[in-house]
Design a protein around this ligand. Structure first.
Ligand SMILES: Cc1cc2nc3c(=O)[nH]c(=O)nc-3n(C[C@H](O)[C@H](O)[C@H](O)COP(=O)(O)OP(=O)(O)OC[C@H]3O[C@@H](n4cnc5c(N)ncnc54)[C@H](O)[C@@H]3O)c2cc1C
Length: 486
């Protein structure tokens, strides 16, 4: 593998001190886990590279629809070695610590070091499915989903339909109650973990008279129904341009047995909560990809010569590498600040407090900004590789390709800006934001951001949307600078 990747075998925790710095800032129990995180930094630099690179280039998931005697089986065949890596990640307690400690920090710290977009996607889906069941469902299967108990189960969260991913209110999947079970009918167009998921959380319309997102509830859909038959059909696996270590497909729900999560009328709150876990994962993962691109580019520039000298010795290359390093630190600050606030409130249930809304506000900012930082960082790193960066044997090719998806899934960047606006205007969290940052930010910076926001509020509704991303970036910069300059 060292011939394919310069990051291979280099402890990802030790290579760059940004994670250490940021965890010291936000996580009171960090010391307790520091050695374990270091050990994980070594593990991810070896097996994870080998298997994910192999899957991406050589053995992508495939589907077998029929058994040898013609029964429909919809079996998604993944590289068997991937399962071994997933078991190992459970042994590292990547998901279980969340409920064992009632804290999200450990999960996200490891997620940053893992940061393979496909493999981490599998882990995050198990994580969010497990937490939602732990909080809102009476069964014990959350233990298997979170890796507390064996056998380990896999989860999934299937919301998107062809009619709209951002616009979830356009979901057409219907849920009808039949005795003690619900039956779901519809098509889910993007379904990650398909085939390997044992239990999936699915959005569906429980009352056709209630239009938009308010008419959606969240349901638990097992892979097999009570007769032991396939509970839904896999239409196909997607042929994707990124994240190949996680299978993503399209699923047809045909009278698929389902169990209600929580209360019908709170469906949209559960969906938003579930998305908050995965948006934080996305933020952390995006910056983790930036870290990998940093290691690859740094090590490449120590080996590649131009004009008689190694690239690493040229001022402009040094500047490029410094920019990536700076992006990593900024992205980690934003992500772990959001984790810190969400960690305090994630045990809450609807109706949530204003502090919960504040954590969601920070999450939209982190999700949006980290995707941009990741894409920018992998782009710089790819340029450092020059023409080699466009060859499939180059490690940076996959990293840059995978960084791109972090801007789209879990809600595209425009949608994050609009959702941030919604929570800002409807829940009025700006006061909390200012109160919080008055503890660390300089007065002139606080005044500047307050004035900016005051002027922003004078805009008409169209302009408010038009400038929403600008506002988000202004807030992101303010948060980053406040911590960097304290
Ligand atoms: C590899 C992969 C795996 C995925 N896995 C899953 C999964 O497991 N489960 C799942 O539910 N989904 C999954 N998705 C779907 C993903 O969440 C959606 O693609 C995403 O939310 C965007 O939805 P969309 O594709 O329908 O785009 P659209 O909603 O059509 O948006 C298209 C563009 O328009 C912008 N836009 C939309 N509305 C507005 C507006 N009002 N103002 C300004 N701009 C707007 C968006 O920002 C976006 O850039 C996956 C996607 C990918 C690529």
């Amino acid at each position: 593998m060292e011939y394919f990747s310069y990051a291979y075998g280099l402890n990802h925790f030790e290579y760059d001190n940004s994670l250490d710095k940021v965890l010291k800032l936000f996580w009171k129990d960090y010391k307790k886990y520091q050695d374990k995180i270091k050990c994980f930094g070594d593990y991810v630099s070896r097996d994870v590279y080998e298997i994910t690179e192999y899957i991406d280039r050589v053995s992508r998931p495939t589907i077998r629809y029929y058994s040898p005697i013609g029964e429909r089986i919809d079996y998604v065949w993944i590289n068997p070695y991937l399962k071994i890596v997933l078991e190992k990640l459970n042994e590292f307690e990547i998901n279980s610590r969340t409920i064992l400690d009632n804290s999200l920090f450990y999960h996200y710290a490891l997620g940053y070091l893992l940061a393979d977009a496909g493999l981490y996607c599998i882990i995050t889906l198990n994580h969010q499915t497990g937490i939602m069941l732990y909080k809102y469902h009476k069964s014990e299967i959350y233990k298997n989903l979170l890796g507390v108990e064996k056998p380990y189960y896999y989860g999934g969260t299937w919301l998107t339909e062809t009619y709209g991913g951002s616009d979830l209110g356009s979901n057409r999947t219907i849920a009808k109650k039949l005795d003690d079970v619900w039956l779901l009918n519809g098509i889910k167009y993007f379904t990650s973990n398909v085939g390997i998921a044992d239990y999936t959380l699915v959005s569906a319309r429980y009352d056709e008279n209630i239009k938009g997102i308010r008419g959606l509830a969240l349901f638990l859909v097992p892979k097999y129904n009570r007769d032991g038959k396939l509970n839904y059909k896999i239409i196909r696996l997607k042929d994707k341009s990124a994240t190949n270590s996680v299978p993503t497909g399209e699923v047809e729900l045909i009278d698929s047995e389902a169990h209600l999560i929580g209360d019908l009328e709170n469906g949209i709150y559960y969906i938003l909560e579930m998305l908050t876990y995965s948006r934080l994962d996305n933020s952390i993962g995006a910056i983790g990809i930036a870290l990998k691109s940093y290691i690859e580019a740094m090590e490449f520039s120590k080996r590649r010569k131009a004009f008689g000298d190694y690239l690493i010795n040229f001022p402009l290359i040094k500047r490029d590498l410094e920019e990536i390093k700076d992006n990593i630190l900024r992205g980690l600050i934003l992500s772990f600040k959001a984790v810190y606030e969400f960690d305090k409130v994630f045990s809450q249930k609807p109706k949530f407090s204003r502090n919960y809304d504040y954590a969601r506000f920070l999450t939209h900012i982190a999700k949006n900004r980290t995707a941009e930082l990741s894409i920018r960082s992998t782009l710089i790193a790819r340029e450092i590789f020059g023409g080699f960066g466009f060859l499939n044997e180059s490690p940076i090719e996959r990293l840059h390709r995978e960084a791109l998806v972090t801007a789209v899934w879990e809600g595209a960047t425009n949608v994050q800006a609009l959702d941030m606006l919604e929570v800002l205007l409807k829940k009025n969290v700006f006061d909390l934001f200012m109160e919080d940052f008055s503890k660390i930010a300089k007065q002139d910076k606080l005044d500047e951001i307050e004035n900016y926001y005051k002027n922003y509020l004078k805009l008409d509704d169209y302009s408010k949307q038009y400038y929403a991303k600008e506002l988000l970036n202004k807030f992101a910069n303010f948060i980053e600078e406040s911590y960097l300059n304290q």
